[in-house]
Design a protein around this ligand. Sequence first.
Ligand code: F3S
Length: 390
Amino acid sequence: MQLTDSEQAILDGESGEGAQKAMELVVALGKIYNADGLVDITSAHLSGASYKTIGDGGLKYLEDMVKGGAKVSVRSTLNPIGMDRERWAEMHISEEFAKKQNRIVDLYGQMGIQTTCSCTPYTGANLPKLGDHVAWAESSALSFVNSMVGARTNREGGPGALAAAILGKTANYGLHKDENRRPTVVIEADIGDSLFEHSLLGQAVGMRIGGGIPYYRGIRPGIEEGKTMAAAMAAAGAVAMFHVEGVTPEASRYDVSDLEVIHIGKEELKEAYEKVNTADDVQLIALGCPHLTEREVHEIAMMLKGKKKRGDAEIWFCTSRAVREKCADDVRILEEFGPVLADTCMVVAPIEGTFSRTGTNSCKAGNYLPTLCSQRTMCQDIAQLLKVIS
Ligand code: F3S
């Protein structure tokens, strides 16, 4: 792996301990994956922000990085944390958890990271351009920018993305290179237009192919459909990039005539549905995985307008701070039913202390709620879920 003189100097510690540690990590990853060198990045998106997932060990790691003088050198945004920074008490969060969580956010802020705490930074704070090299963690977001935007990132982990953010560089391998962005399989999708069916499609494809780069025909996803598919494919499998014929920027570059073709229709969606449905009733309904967009907040508000909250189940609407502020009128309608939470989500919040059965319209959450939050799940269309509470 070739390093320039200035990169080698960072590795030798000439730019301080924080930068040296970052370079050691990026170089180690590069060696594992046979990178030929480093590539400049235009942005980073960091995961590993919830106290629930990183614990005291992660907090100590961040303290050490800050002590070592680590600072990011490119635009960097942060994934959801374990609570809404203002409304954590409504989420049944303890004071001790809140204190440590706030410390984590503070440390990221001290390193120059925008503490947006959202998994949809591409809708506002951090939207890369076609062909940009970036270092993103958060499997749904990185797949979205690879696929729907045409930026280039590998599936970074939290520490790898932080190291790249500090250096403004990442190791040049995998999806940073043209030859690794080719489709590996064609998916003929025979599904309806609903958002939920796109989530089930992602689930079915992730279950069927595991990894690789699917090339879709038969769908025309917008932002919302693209993000839910990306999330489901990355959770049910390990898909970090997909193409959609006629939609995604790089799809037309490839001849796919020799590839295997897989048909995904009603039967496959049914199998996917059964995998993520393990509960008949719920104590919590949590919408917004990935975080709700303005359009989604508006559509949910229109579904709830004029209705009354009923039953004991709680409902949380998870979105970004920016969307919550922009959609004040719709948010008022949603708030009659449950909190519109920013900064957080149902998977990285410690919901297992309060709930054991959760409803979601996201197959990504349908995969992770059982494993990371000990939940049984009801995974349904939003309209179906809203019938439980209205
Ligand atoms: Fe985002 Fe949490 Fe889902 S980080 S993609 S809402 S699991």
